[in-house]
Structure formats: structure tokens, C-alpha cells
Design a protein around this ligand. Structure first.
Ligand SMILES: *Cc1c(COP(=O)(O)O)cnc(C)c1O
Length: 380
């Protein structure tokens, strides 16, 4: 593998070794099965649920960008998280960030609970609270940072130090920062998760999920689980993610540049009562972010003065699309209350500040001035 800077790695870290045509664009192996050269022989590929060259290529790319020994590509971010949860057994406990992606909460409370795994929600941005929550049955700590939608940041290195040499897996959902801005494995995480649907593919045109691991033993367990459960990434979708990653660096830089203009602007609007963006110097984890990441990302959430204002913004923006998801070239606005977090029980939701006045913005790569102009007119 070439030793190069991250933006170069996004393009060149892995070369397609499976063909000799010299094709610079990707190769899509749209094949479910692979013929054996002879009895007891294999080309290395037998059946695409086990492995497919197009999927293998994007997996190697993720492993290279995150600094892992292996990466596995799934059909969605949730499929990736569901597979990781199969590493736990009935009776095990997991500590999870209390401000998680709504789909993860739905998985833990409905599926993991039924499978005998107890998930305890803790403010993982508070290392003391994490330390106090660790018990004899704790087998994993699941961290999302920055969180969705409140943008709280957890100190990954500090949590690793709390774990010490206990057999507790540290799992980090790195969807918001991507490997371009943060590498949790280098900070002590054992497993990194991505919804590849977001920044990695980057164009709102495919679903994908990734699990990147440090240890070969865990990789082997996950390979067996993936082959057994079967929620693998299709060859065409694998190609789309590989293509998306080629521009990851420029997209992340531009989206962040826009967010660094939009967040302070929001802060000055009379109808905006709070802005949550890690890149604002008054964010509680601004210094920590500078230390453990190379960027702040481009996710902003903000509160307005009334539900009426929130509704006006959602109804009146012309450029910004009112749609779920994030991380694409288009700026999207969401209403966490009714979309991503609709399934989180109300008391828990309100305790986390997710009410009828909170909006979330996934800043895209349009001109910042146009995004600001659209927000300004919609707010009037
Ligand atoms: C979207 C998202 C997921 C789930 O990924 P899908 O690809 O939608 O299944 C998990 N974690 C975070 C932080 C997300 O934003």
C-alpha cells in the first residue's frame, strides 16, 4: 500500500488488482457465483454473499482509510450495527451514548433486548459517568461522536483508558466525521462503524454500511456472521461507494467550510435560540475535537423560538431539501422530532433536548451564501 496523505489515499490507497485491462474507473463484478477451476479449487471467489471482488475493493479502501486490519461492507449502516451486536451474548451489558442515531436506539431496545443484551444509555461525553457505569457484565461500549442530533463529543482515548485491560469492546460510530476527519482505531477503539449511505458515498444515491476492525480475531468472527446473516453490499452499490470516496476529501473540506460560515450566521439570528456545532469555539468540546480529530464535520443542529418558526423553515426553503439522511452534496434539513427520532420515547427525547423547536442541518457543498440566503428568506 502506498504511504500517502489522506486526500491522496481516498483516490489511490487501493488499486484494483483483479483485472489487467488498466481500467482507471471501477470494475463491477455483477456476478452471484464464480466457477471453480477444478475440484477443490477456487479463484478466491465462490459466491458473492461470502465475497465479491467489487465489494472486496471498497472494503480494502475502508480498512486503509481507517487504519484497520479488515473492513466489511454491509447493505446499510443498520445492517452493519446489527452484525456487530451479534458479537454479544445473552446476559451481556452494553453501555451506549445517550444521544444516538434513532435507528440504533430502535435496534438496541427492540432486537438486542429480545436477544438478552441490556443496553444502558449514558452520557459518554462525561468520562466519569462512563467509569461509574462499567460493571462486571459490561462487554461493550458503543459511542457515537459527535452525537445525533445534539453534537456532543466523547473523549475516545479517555474511554479506552477507563476500559484498560478489561475485555470490553470499544465501538465507535464514526459516520459524522468519516475517516478523513477522525480515526477512532488510532485512539483506542476496537471497532469502527460507518453508515456509508452518508458522507462516504456522498450523493444520496445508495445505502451502505461498514465495520472496520483492529483485531484479526474479531474480523474472522464478523466474516462468519456476515456470510451467515447475509446483509452484504451489492456489487453496484460497492462501486458507487468507491466512486464517492474518491471525492471524500474535497467534499468534507467544502461542507465544513460552509458549516463554519453558516453556524456563526445562525447564532446571530433573532429567531435562533441555540446553535450546536462542534466547530464553534464556544462548543464545550471544541478543544477536545481539535485534539482527537482533524476536522469538525458539517452537521449543525439549532433551536428556534417556536414550533411555528421551525415549521416555516421546513416549509419555505427552496434550495435546502426537507429530507431525512445527511452527508450528501445537497444541503438537507430534518426535523428530528418527527423523522430520525420519532421512535425514541417522549420523556427520553425531551430530556435530550429533541423538541418541536429543534432542526438539524446537513450542510452540503453548494455556495454558503446561497444556503444562508435560503434560510434567511424561509425564516422571515
Ligand atoms: C444513518 C446513520 C446510521 C444508519 O445507517 P443506514 O445506512 O441508514 O442504515 C447509523 N449511524 C448514524 C450516525 C447514522 O447517521
Amino acid at each position: 500500500m502506498l504511504k500517502v496523505k489522506p486526500e491522496t489515499a481516498c483516490i489511490h490507497a487501493v488499486r484494483d488488482a483483479t483485472h489487467s485491462t488498466g481500467a482507471v474507473g471501477g470494475t463491477i463484478y455483477q456476478s452471484a457465483t464464480f466457477a471453480h477451476p477444478g475440484v477443490g479449487q477456487s479463484t478466491g471467489y465462490d459466491y458473492s454473499r461470502a465475497q465479491n471482488p467489487t465489494r472486496e475493493h471498497v472494503e480494502k479502501m475502508l480498512a486503509a482509510l481507517e487504519g484497520g486490519t479488515d473492513a466489511l461492507a454491509f447493505s446499510s449502516g443498520m445492517a452493519a450495527i446489527a452484525a456487530v451486536m451479534e458479537l454479544l451474548s445473552p446476559g451481556d451489558e452494553m453501555i451506549a451514548t445517550d444521544d444516538l442515531y434513532g435507528g440504533s436506539v430502535r435496534l438496541f431496545n427492540n432486537v438486542s433486548a429480545k436477544n438478552g443484551v441490556t443496553v444502558r444509555y449514558v452520557d459518554t461525553s462525561d468520562s466519569v459517568a462512563v467509569s461509574a457505569a462499567v460493571g462486571s457484565r459490561t462487554k461493550a461500549i458503543f459511542v457515537e461522536s459527535p452525537t445525533n442530533p445534539m453534537m456532543k463529543v466523547s473523549d475516545i482515548g479517555a474511554i479506552k483508558r477507563i476500559i484498560g485491560d478489561k475485555k470490553i469492546l470499544l465501538i465507535v460510530d464514526n459516520t459524522f466525521l468519516t475517516p478523513y476527519f477522525c480515526n477512532p482505531l488510532a485512539l483506542g477503539a476496537d471497532i469502527v462503524i460507518h453508515s456509508g449511505t452518508k458522507y462516504l458515498s456522498g450523493h444520496n444515491d445508495t445505502l451502505a454500511g461498514f465495520v472496520v476492525v483492529r483485531s484479526p480475531e474479531i474480523a474472522e468472527k464478523l466474516r462468519l456472521l456476515q456470510k451467515t446473516i447475509g446483509a452484504v453490499l451489492s456489487p453496484f452499490d460497492a462501486f458507487l461507494v468507491t466512486r464517492g470516496i474518491k471525492t471524500l476529501a474535497v467534499r468534507m473540506e467544502k461542507a465544513q467550510e460552509n458549516a463554519l460560515k453558516i453556524a456563526p450566521w445562525l447564532g446571530k439570528q433573532s429567531k435562533v435560540t441555540a446553535v450546536h456545532y462542534v466547530g464553534l469555539s464556544d462548543h464545550p468540546a471544541y478543544a477536545l475535537s481539535l485534539q482527537q480529530a482533524h476536522g469538525f464535520g458539517a452537521m449543525i443542529s439549532f433551536s428556534v423560538d417556536s414550533a411555528k418558526t421551525a415549521n416555516a423553515i421546513l416549509s419555505n426553503t427552496k434550495l435546502i431539501l426537507f429530507a431525512e439522511s445527511l452527508g450528501g452534496v445537497e444541503t438537507l434539513i430534518t426535523y428530528p422530532l418527527m423523522q430520525t427520532h420519532a421512535d425514541v420515547p417522549e420523556p427520553e427525547r425531551l430530556a435530550r433536548g429533541i423538541d418541536e423547536k429543534l432542526l438539524r442541518l446537513s450542510v452540503g457543498i453548494e455556495a454558503a451564501e446561497d444556503i444562508i440566503d435560503d434560510l434567511e428568506k424561509a425564516m422571515q
